[in-house]
Design a protein around this ligand. Structure first.
Ligand SMILES: Cc1ncc(COP(=O)(O)O)c(C=O)c1O
Length: 436
């Protein structure tokens, strides 16, 4: 008999991890496990969901689009949903970002940005500007280029041969300050290594890539706004492009539409995905300045940006994204976002004093608690026991090692968010710390 075709799940050690839970349906902030038990999704299903699961307006937009035009090759063709999405993003993005290039997910948005940056300099007669600068603790995705700019970690240890060399500089991780300062008295000294690097080697550097204000998978590290502002200034001063990977931070997560808006800066290239479609369909966009685009537009075909994917600008994805952006106008989304931040501040305050808690970080809809651990990082022993505890409480929280974080869909109510915090407070009392 032919064996069944079994499924291999992402980031899962199947020899150790419990079997996956089977989800039958989802609505609002709840995932319904087969058998009916609801699970409160406090991490927006890997940070993608914005307005709640199965939001009827997005579901209807996809269904209607599927009956009209499900897909068409995007080279040599265009369509209404892509044009309308570009027009709607235009209204929320800084005016300097004039061109949008569609792709499929966060990793491909980053690959596009890196390739765009390199070829921009090559097309402009500066092929020697080909190095990329990235931050410690960065995460930009799992494809080869995205892994290269991501931090060195166990996640990429097996793929050294695939990763291109990157110039690495410190991240403003204030709780574990890389230059031994204290935030209250420092002058963002951690940006100095970048300042020196750009001063000395700007002639060979194409771009600096950052997750603006919030490094997600690296442990929900919140940067001071001044760190990002200083990076922007340094890039401008030294003629180096700034790539802002807003795959996680885009679409309201940080309290404003984009993290760059919070810092009042404009990058040269911006990467979007995750919340772009409200969490319904995989889709991404890389948006760039007019000056970058112009370097590719020429009678010489060798200057073409040779990149594309089969599903580029898929009309269903575009329809979902348009519907999600409409919800920002038809529902009080930014009030919900502000309310989430208010509850984060109220409930996280007493947790700060808990002996197991080392640091509390809040930015917009994100709250993170870094727990004291001898084994900080993704493989901390805190993770599996906390994860199981939260599941038993009916809450989906997926700590990043010793960092518990809450990043809920904006549709979460105050009561539901309190429930999440009740589960966290109980976990801090009941889940024993890993053995020292
Ligand atoms: C900042 C950032 N960039 C890129 C990615 C990769 O996105 P995807 O998983 O859609 O490839 C992620 C995913 O978590 C991310 O947080």
């Amino acid at each position: 008999m032919t064996p069944p075709l079994s499924i291999w799940h992402p980031f899962t050690q199947e020899a150790l991890d419990p079997s996956p839970l089977r989800i039958e349906r989802a609505e609002g902030v709840y995932l319904y496990i087969s058998g009916g038990r609801p699970l409160l999704d406090a991490i927006s299903s890997w940070w993608v969901n914005l307005h709640g699961h199965s939001h009827p307006a997005i579901a209807a937009a996809i269904a209607e689009q599927a009956r009209t035009l499900e897909h068409v090759i995007f080279a040599g063709f265009t369509h209404g949903p892509a044009e309308e999405l570009a027009e709607r993003l235009r209204r929320v993005l800084p005016a300097q970002l004039e061109r949008i290039f569609f792709s499929d997910d966060g990793s491909t948005a980053v690959e596009v940005a890196l390739k765009m940056a390199l070829q921009f300099w090559g097309n402009g007669g500066r092929p020697e500007k080909k190095r990329i600068v990235a931050l410690d603790h960065a995460y930009h995705g799992d494809t080869a280029g995205a892994m290269s700019v991501g931090a060195d970690s166990s996640f990429v240890a097996a793929f050294g041969e695939l990763r291109f060399p990157v110039l690495r500089v410190p991240s403003a991780y204030c709780y574990r300050c890389p230059v031994g300062k204290r935030r209250e008295t420092c002058d963002i000294d951690c940006v100095e290594p970048l300042a020196r690097l750009l001063e000395e080697r700007h002639n060979e550097i194409a771009a600096v890539i950052v997750e603006p204000l919030l490094q997600g998978a690296g442990g929900m590290i919140v940067h001071p706004v001044e760190f990002l502002q200083r990076i922007r200034k340094l890039c401008t001063q030294h003629g180096v492009l700034l790539i802002a990977d807003e795959v996680l931070t885009g679409f309201g997560r940080t309290g404003k539409m984009f993290a760059c808006d919070v810092a009042g800066i404009v990058p040269d290239i911006l990467c979007l995905s995750k919340g772009l479609t409200g969490g319904f369909l995989p889709m991404a966009a890389t948006v760039c300045t007019g000056a970058i685009y112009e370097a590719f537009r020429a009678p010489d075909r060798s200057r073409t940006f040779f990149h594309g994917h089969s599903y580029t600008a898929n009309p269903l994805g575009c329809a979902a994204a348009i519907a999600s952006l409409r919800i920002f106008e038809s529902e009080p989304v930014f009030e919900r976002i502000a309310n989430i931040e208010r509850v984060h501040r109220e409930r996280a305050k007493p947790l700060r004093d808990h002996p197991a808690v080392g640091d509390v970080r809040i930015l917009g809809t994100m709250m993170a608690l870094e727990l004291e651990a001898d084994d900080p990082g993704y493989f901390s022993d805190w993770r599996p026991r906390l994860y199981e505890f939260f599941l038993e409480k009916g809450v989906l929280l997926r700590p990043l090692g010793n960092v518990i974080y809450v990043l809920p869909p904006y549709a979460i109510t105050t009561e539901e968010l309190h429930r999440v915090y009740d589960a966290i407070a109980e976990a801090l009392e009941k889940v024993p710390p890993p053995k020292r």
